[in-house]
Design a protein around this ligand. Sequence first.
Ligand code: SF4
Ligand code: SF4
Length: 371
Amino acid sequence: MIKEKENPYKIDNTLYKRFKEKNNMLFRSLWDNTLPTYQKMIDTNIEKHINSKKDGYSRLDFALVAAGWTVYERFPYAFAWERKDLKDIGYGVNWMKLKYKIENPESFTKTIKKAAKFYGASLVGIADVNEKWIYKTGFVRPEHTSEAEAKKEVREGKATDSIYNNPIELPEGINKVIVMGVEMNEDAISTAPTQPAAAASAIAYSKMAFIISCLGEFIRNLGYRAIQCGNDTALSIPLAIDAGLGALGRNGLLLTPEFGPRVRICKVFTDLPLISDMPNHGFIEKIKNYCKNCFKCAEACETNAITKDKNPTFIAPTISNNRGVKKYYVDVEKCFEFWVENSSDCGNCIMVCPFSKIKEFLSPLEFWNKT
Ligand code: SF4
Ligand code: SF4
């Protein structure tokens, strides 16, 4: 477990509560009728944008984004908590039932990191499971439904909100988490907030689904348990910080030394005997000092969702932020208003961050023409 003095967070335990995923804006807009974005999603303004003929909002651009989500939305086992049927896919199954003997956890940790990178992770770290970061309740995706279809059913009144209200408890013995970062395409992100930037995010989500699926099956083939997750089940950013992948920035995102906030995060919980990494305290301190005097993301945000306060705080602006952790809070209600208007996520606060290390800023047309 992380020792208190090494904990990279300041937590006010009188305020902090495990997060209910229904309060995530992507779910909250389905049920909270006090929001201006109530029942509005990314698709609300797409045709208006296509008809506007604006660079970066063409039929071609939206086709690129939507197709980027294909694996994330359509692959049925991507977010599995277990392997229900041990089907023979041509390699036999009996050998898979025996538990692989791990004699040296240190060397095996290197093996699992190698496998994660082999399947496509750009970054990988290991952390102990901290119950604080596990959602109290959340969305458990039905095996043969896409996330978008599940949300649409709630939106249209064909399903109850129970799909995003499941109690989340990890099974006993699941005490490690493999946290992975997936780099988002630099050229595409440089066009934020237009659709090629959203496509960089979409394809990274599909890569996440691919990577966790393969890594989860690899672990099960060794006779251990794996719980494959994207943004579901637990807060990815604090887990990534615990796993040594980076630090929390003013923009509310994980900043990594390698790609800054230009990463998506996925994770696999497991009972494998792995050696946990330490938080990257040197980088955390660097970001703490840097963000104090850098307001680039706040200035680039079209809806003033990012605070320009000098110092972080424990107080959250909305119920969609989990209060009680000292940090810069992003007003995600305002952020989501821009997403709905923009018909996609935005990425301005990723694009302008110096840690994203973008070398060349392209227009959407230049993005398409660059070979
Ligand atoms: S994604 Fe866009 S709207 Fe949201 S906080 Fe970042 S810059 Fe602001
Ligand atoms: S743009 Fe500046 S203030 Fe914002 S997260 Fe990056 S380094 Fe921090």
